[in-house]
Ligand binder design. Structure first.
Ligand code: ZN
Length: 90
């Protein structure tokens, strides 16, 4: 039998435990819609792209992901689920 632990308090639960809740979170950058103009299409972006590639090749992949998108998943017991619902941002 698969056992789960509450990611908050550590109590033990089974896969079909009615006290077990799954929390999924997505955190992503709130970027404005992109706007393109005709001048953007004729401009040479080679230097800009090369600079960006250079920056990314030296960056930590986890830090890059944290700046754009991160998906998290937690198992919670009923008590910790209720505490989260009452105060989602801690
Ligand atoms: Zn708990």
């Amino acid at each position: 039998m698969i056992r789960y632990r509450c990611d908050k308090c550590g109590c033990s639960m089974t896969a079909d435990d009615p006290r077990r809740f799954i929390v999924k979170m997505e955190i992503y950058a709130a970027a404005a819609p992109l706007e393109f103009h005709e001048s953007d299409l004729v401009k040479d972006h080679t230097e800009e792209i090369n600079s960006l590639v250079e920056q990314l090749s030296n960056a930590n992949p986890d830090e890059i992901e944290d700046q754009t998108y991160r998906a998290l998943r937690f198992d919670l017991c009923r008590e910790c689920q209720r505490k989260l619902l009452n105060k989602p941002l801690g």
